[in-house]
Design a protein around this ligand. Structure first.
Ligand code: NDP
Ligand code: OXD
Length: 309
């Protein structure tokens, strides 16, 4: 009963020894020779297309991330096997920290005070808008989006969320389904995207949806680059409809050196680090999932292949 790690070169070491407890064999693809027939579990974030299909005795696949779009892009992904995504309170907490940080950086006009300090100038100013009138909308009120919503709500922002099905999160107004998207967007001074990337959500942030946001709205994308039509975003900012954006994720990663996003004065770029999977937490979760499957029970957090998340 061996595990195959499909991770970028050099990353196998992070996972190999913690996962090999009890003498279990853990192979790093591209580094260790292995017999495909020996592999029962695979662990990855973005496996090479076609590889999982070539493992005849595969029982389940574990994602090292909350998002599983990297697996489902593979047309040969074995959809009859459970794909188990990573759901973890540390990951949700860090994502929420990132959302709070980037809302507050704009809300508290950090750039204004940094510029004043650079000129050794005492430049006091009021908040541009009171907190209780600064509306934050969370696109994707799931495991992570809910924690983002709760943290921002606790800071005094009026918070709303949009999801496929109606949610009940204390103090957070829930909008559900495509029919309520426009109303939701119209009430977002800040929009935080935490959706999974699926055929339904690809390029959900485009010229049309940006136009639904109030003038001056700020967009924070911590989900997947494929949610944002990047040229449309730049145009909406340059046109003056949006005040700016924070992007942690991009259509192409790493963000190409030639991308205009790098140097855009109203876009903050971070390199897909809103939250990084903790090897300790992920190992615990994978080993517990394996133990559940070996007992013949259904593991938690199995991806619904029809929804794609
Ligand atoms: P969940 O599956 O728990 O939540 C997804 C939410 O999106 C749910 O509320 C779901 O609605 C909603 N949703 C999905 N499709 C639609 C749709 N078509 N219309 C409306 N709502 C929809 O995911 P997580 O919160 O665990 O993770 C979200 C994403 O965050 C991941 O997929 C990943 O891409 C990203 N991520 C990014 C990280 C980073 O470092 N930048 C780190 C971790 C995650 P419903 O509940 O009603 O089904
Ligand atoms: C994830 C990620 O999906 O890190 O967990 O992007």
């Amino acid at each position: 009963m061996s595990i195959l790690l499909l991770v970028p070169p050099g990353w196998g070491g992070l996972w190999q020894s913690p996962l090999s407890v009890g003498g279990r064999k853990v192979y790093a693809h591209g580094v260790d020779p292995y017999d495909p027939a020996e592999i029962v579990y695979a662990v990855s974030f973005r496996p090479p297309p076609g590889l999982l299909k070539s493992l005849p005795n595969l029982k389940a696949v574990f994602s090292l991330g909350a998002g599983v779009d990297g697996f489902l892009l593979d047309p040969d992904f074995p959809k009859d096997k459970p794909l188990i995504r990573f759901v973890d309170e540390t990951l949700s907490r860090e994502m929420a920290q990132f959302a709070v940080l980037h809302v507050l950086m704009q809300h508290r006009t950090v750039a204004h005070f940094a510029a004043a300090q650079a000129e050794s100038t005492w430049r006091q100013r009021m908040l541009p808008r009171p907190t209780e009138e600064t509306r934050v909308g969370i696109l994707g009120l799931g495991e992570i989006g809910t924690v983002c919503a709760e943290r921002l709500r606790d800071m005094g922002f009026p918070v709303t969320g949009w999801s496929r099905t109606r949610k009940s999160v204390e103090g957070v107004k829930s909008y559900a389904g495509a029919g309520e998207l426009d109303t939701f967007l119209a009430g977002c001074d800040f929009l935080v995207c935490v959706l999974p990337l699926t055929p339904d959500t690809r390029h959900i942030l485009n010229t049309e949806t940006f136009a639904r946001l109030p003038k001056g709205a700020y967009v924070i994308n911590i989900a997947r680059g494929g949610h944002v039509n990047e040229p449309d975003l730049i145009a909406a900012i340059d046109y003056g409809h949006l005040s700016g954006a924070t992007l942690d994720v991009f259509e192409t990663e790493p963000l190409p050196e030639t991308s205009p996003i790098w140097k855009h004065p109203k876009i903050i770029v971070t390199p897909h680090v809103a939250a990084i999977t903790s090897p300790t937490a992920a190992t615990r979760s994978i080993l517990s999932g394996i133990a559940t499957i070996e007992r013949g029970e259904e593991p938690k957090n199995v991806v619904d292949m029809t929804r794609g998340y």
